[in-house]
Design a protein. Structure first.
Length: 489
C-alpha cells in the first residue's frame, strides 16, 4: 500500500498543488494566486514551520495548499525546514481522501539554502522527495473497513531524474526499515527477519549467510544463544553482504523481535512497544538495501543478530556467566540488558571475519538514552574521533540529530564483576554510556560508533514529532544517517 514519487510539472494532472516557502518568502507566495495573497494579507497564513492553509480555486488545479517552512532562525537548519514543510503539505493532502495526486513547488531560495547544507541542489530535491515519501507512508494490516488514505502520486517540480533515482533508493530503505520494525512479533520473529533478508538478498543480488543454533554453538556465540534460549523461536545471526568496492564498513543492528525482559520481566505497560526492539536490525537491512540500489563504492556488511527474549524454563538467568565469541566471560546482572549481549557477539564476529575500516551499530539499547536526550536525538558514542565526527555530521544533514556522550575510561569500572571478566550492566547511573563501554570490549580496537536509538526509533508519547512520522509507529531512524555517511566516504 504505497504511492509513487515523481519529478516534473507539478501542475499537470494533479488534484492539488502545494507551494512550500518560509516566512522570508511570503511575497513569493502572494504571487502564486490572488486567493493565496488574500489569505496572507488577512493574517490567516504566516508560513510558520508546519503551518498549512487549504484554498479552493475556481480555475486550474482545484485545491491549493500553502505550506510554511518557518524562519531562517529555525534551529533545525534549512534542509530540515524543507523536509518538514514538504511533509506537512503531504500530511494536509492526505487528510482529504479525495486527493489522489499532489504536485509540490518549492520556493527557490529555500531550495538553495537547503542545498548549501548538503551536496547541492540535486541533493536538496532528493531530500524533499524522501520527506514526501515518508509522509505518505502507512503500515496497515486492516482486513476490513477504511484503510488509511495514501496519495497515489506525489510530484515535485521542477526536478531531475538523478535526484529521483537516489531519493527512491533511500526512501525504499527507510520504508523497509519501518515495515520490519512495525510488524508484530508473530509475523516478524527471528524466522520472519531471516525470510525478509533472503528475499532482499535475492532481489538486490546481495550475499547472504545465516548462522543458526549449530553454527552459533560451534563458534561460541554465547550472548546470542543465551538471550534466545527462552524462546521457542531459534536465535540466528543474519549476515548480508554488498560488494561495491572501496572501504570496508560493518553495520550491526540489534533485532530483538520481541523483548519481554526475560526472567527480569518488564512491567506489562513497557512490553506494549517491544515489537520495536528490532528497529536497529530493521535499519541495518534498510541501509544495505539503499546502498545496493545507490551502487555506492563501499564494501558493506550488515549483521543482524535476531532473537526473542522470553521467560521459560530454558531462559538464561540473573548471575549466569556467559562466554562470548571473543572469549570474554560476562556475568548477567540483568536479563533485560539483552541487546548488548547479542550485539557484542555480532561486533566481535564482524571485527574478526571482515576486519572493517569502520563499524557502526544501531540499537534500541537503553532507557537511559531517552532520559538523557528525550525523543529528539540519538545518543552517539565512539572510540574514534574521525568516525564520530563523520556520523554526527551525516546525522544532522539527514535530519536525524545525534548527540555525543563521553566514553571516558572511568565508566568502565561500573562494569566490574567479581566472578567474570565483566558484568553486562553498570548500575543506574550513566546507563547509556556503560552499555557502550560494554560493547567497546568486543570491537577489537577497530574504529566503531554506537547509536542508541531507543528514543527515536518509534513515535512515543513525547516524540519524535515530525510530519513525516505522522502515522506514528516506526521511524526508520538511522537509514538516512548511515547512508549519508557512506556517501561521504
Amino acid at each position: 500500500m504505497r504511492g509513487s514519487i515523481r519529478v516534473g510539472d507539478a501542475a499537470e494532472g494533479v488534484d492539488a498543488i502545494a507551494y512550500v516557502a518560509g516566512r522570508e518568502a511570503l511575497d513569493w507566495l502572494r504571487g502564486v494566486d490572488p486567493a493565496a495573497s488574500r489569505v496572507i494579507e488577512l493574517g490567516d497564513f504566516k508560513a510558520g514551520l508546519e503551518e498549512t492553509a487549504l484554498i479552493y480555486r475556481l480555475e486550474g488545479v482545484p485545491r491549493l495548499i500553502l505550506s510554511g517552512a518557518g524562519g531562517e532562525d529555525e534551529w533545525i537548519g534549512h534542509a530540515e525546514r524543507l523536509r518538514v514543510a514538504v511533509a506537512a503539505a503531504v500530511k494536509q493532502a492526505r487528510r482529504l481522501r479525495q486527493i489522489r495526486r499532489l504536485g509540490i513547488v518549492v520556493e527557490k531560495g529555500l531550495l538553495e539554502k537547503a542545498a548549501s547544507e548538503g551536496r547541492g541542489e540535486r541533493w536538496a530535491v532528493e531530500q524533499a522527495l524522501i520527506a514526501a515519501d515518508m509522509a505518505n507512508y502507512v503500515y496497515s494490516l486492516h482486513g476490513r473497513g477504511d484503510r488509511p488514505h495514501v496519495l497515489d502520486e506525489i510530484r515535485i517540480g521542477p526536478g531531475d531524474e538523478k535526484a529521483l533515482e537516489s531519493a527512491s533508493a533511500i526512501a525504499e530503505g527507510v520504508r523497509l526499515a519501518r515495515d520490519l520494525a512495525n510488524a508484530p512479533a508473530n509475523i516478524m520473529g527471528p524466522d520472519g527477519l531471516e525470510d525478509a533478508a533472503r528475499e532482499l538478498a535475492k532481489r538486490l543480488g546481495l550475499g547472504i549467510r545465516v548462522l543458526h543454533r549449530g553454527e552459533l554453538e560451534s563458534l561460541g556465540m554465547g550472548g546470542i544463544l543465551a538471550v534466545g534460549s527462552g524462546s521457542d523461536k531459534e536465535p540466528r545471526l543474519i549476515v548480508l553482504e554488498y560488494h561495491g568496492g572501496g572501504r570496508r564498513v560493518a553495520v550491526v543492528g540489534k533485532a530483538v523481535a520481541f523483548d519481554s525482559g526475560g526472567l527480569d520481566l518488564k512491567p506489562s505497560q513497557y512490553m506494549l512497544e517491544m515489537k520495536y526492539d528490532k528497529s536497529g536490525g530493521a535499519a541495518a537491512m534498510g541501509i544495505i538495501a539503499a546502498a545496493a540500489r545507490l551502487r555506492l563504492p563501499v564494501e558493506l556488511v550488515a549483521l543482524i543478530p535476531a532473537v526473542e527474549n522470553m521467560p521459560s524454563g530454558r531462559s538464561y538467568k540473573p548471575l549466569d556467566v556467559i562466554k562470548m565469541y571473543n572469549g570474554l566471560t560476562v556475568e548477567v546482572g540483568n536479563t533485560d540488558a539483552e541487546g548488548r549481549l547479542i550485539l557484542a557477539d555480532a561486533l566481535a564476529y564482524a571485527a574478526e571475519k571482515y576486519k572493517p575500516d569502520a563499524m557502526i551499530d544501531l540499537a534500541t539499547l537503553t532507557g537511559a538514552a531517552v532520559v538523557a536526550l528525550g525523543n529528539h536525538a540519538a545518543a552517539l558514542m565512539s572510540n574514534n574521533e574521525d568516525l564520530a565526527s563523520g556520523i554526527e555530521k551525516a546525522a544532522w544533514a539527514a535530519g536525524e540529530p545525534a548527540w555525543r556522550l563521553p566514553m571516558w575510561p572511568v565508566y568502565e569500572k561500573q562494569l566490574e564483576s567479581k566472578v567474570a571478566d565483566t558484568n553486562n550492566i553498570g548500575g543506574r547511573w550513566a546507563g547509556a554510556i556503560t552499555a557502550a563501554k560494554f560493547l567497546e570490549k568486543f570491537v577489537d580496537g577497530r574504529p566503531w560508533a554506537h547509536l542508541d536509538i531507543a528514543g527515536v526509533a518509534w513515535v512515543q508519547e513525547k516524540g519524535p514529532w515530525k510530519p513525516y512520522y505522522h502515522q506514528g509507529g516506526a521511524t526508520g531512524w538511522g537509514v538516512r544517517t548511515v547512508v549519508e555517511y557512506l556517501r561521504g566516504l
